[in-house]
Design a protein around this ligand. Structure first.
Ligand SMILES: [Zn+2]
Length: 293
């Protein structure tokens, strides 16, 4: 029998979006332990507000060291209000300030990446201007964070509708082109958003085909984070209501394809699903781990 080439199954660290109210270290570290997370995603400002809190240096330090000790990778999700494509200049300006703040906070807490939504032009006539705004807003942020060896910015395609700048994975190519494929811009792929945007992930081979299309558009190595969420809605609904893994309309076999796809090898996987009492996201994290090849 020939020994042949054996490739060890690449790891995909699995974790969850994690609450921080009561203090970053005080709240998040016990949650990480209860859920069994190997990766943690947090907000560093109100998810539905523009206020930019400075952070507590003592909690920052404890959190950074606690995560390093546990070997847990850290990601920040920027405020959901961020929209670099908005036709309202004040919104574009606040969005850029919010991303700059998240990058600063990311350096303070040792984050690898700051996730933000691709945004939308809102008005049909604003699409070209919206992509110019993306370029003008992102390039200085990308240059600055690259110079400081800071967190990456990670663009997340939206669930579609409302003149989205990127919801189908094929739209990520033009988005990356708008910033000259800057090396500090990575991609965060959200399964619920892709499903809502019309990728039939529940069909056999559907998740694989979607990830193949993603890699064909953005190139190898650009996918830096996955949001693994099942959905309460139908394919193409443009609705973004997350469900526990295997309990929604996407279904468990699609997540098995996700965990086996070469594009996710070594890429952290975060669930943003409805939580359980006491154990946080432990069940969804365990389900995804069981699906690892
Ligand atoms: Zn997401």
């Amino acid at each position: 029998m020939s020994v042949g080439m054996t490739t060890p199954a690449a790891h995909r660290p699995v974790g969850s979006h994690t609450p921080t109210s009561g203090g970053l270290a005080r709240a998040a570290l016990p949650y990480v332990d209860a859920a069994g997370s190997e990766v943690v995603q947090v907000y560093v400002s109100n998810s539905r507000g523009w206020a930019l809190p400075p952070g507590d240096p003592a909690q920052d330090g404890l959190f950074r060291h606690g995560c390093a000790e546990r070997g847990v990778a850290v990601f920040i999700h920027a405020s959901l209000l961020v929209n670099l494509g908005s036709p309202t200049p004040a919104t574009v300006e606040r969005s850029a300030e919010t991303l700059a703040h998240a990058l600063r906070r990311g350096r303070a807490i040792g984050a690898r990446g700051v996730v933000f939504h691709a945004g939308s032009a809102v008005d049909a006539g604003h699409a070209d201007a919206a992509m110019r705004q993306v370029r003008e807003s992102l390039l200085p942020l990308l240059d600055a964070t690259a110079a400081e060896d800071g967190p990456l910015l990670l663009v997340e395609p939206s669930a579609g509708g409302g003149r989205s700048l990127a919801s189908r994975v094929e739209q990520l190519g033009p988005y990356l082109d708008a910033v000259d494929r800057h090396p500090a811009l990575g991609v965060c792929f959200d399964t619920c958003h892709a499903w809502a945007a019309g990728h039939d992930l529940a069909a056999e081979g559907g998740m694989t085909a979607c990830l193949d299309a993603l890699v064909a558009t953005v190139g190898p190595g650009r996918l830096r984070l996955v949001h693994a969420n099942d959905s309460k809605d139908l394919c193409g609904s443009t609705r973004d209501r997350h469900e526990n893994i295997g309990k929604g309309s996407i279904g468990e076999p699609a997540f098995a394809e996700l965990m086996a796809h070469p594009a996710t090898a070594g890429v952290p996987i975060v669930v943003e699903t409805p939580t359980e009492k006491h154990v946080g996201h432990a069940t969804d994290i365990a389900t995804l781990r069981r699906l690892l090849p």
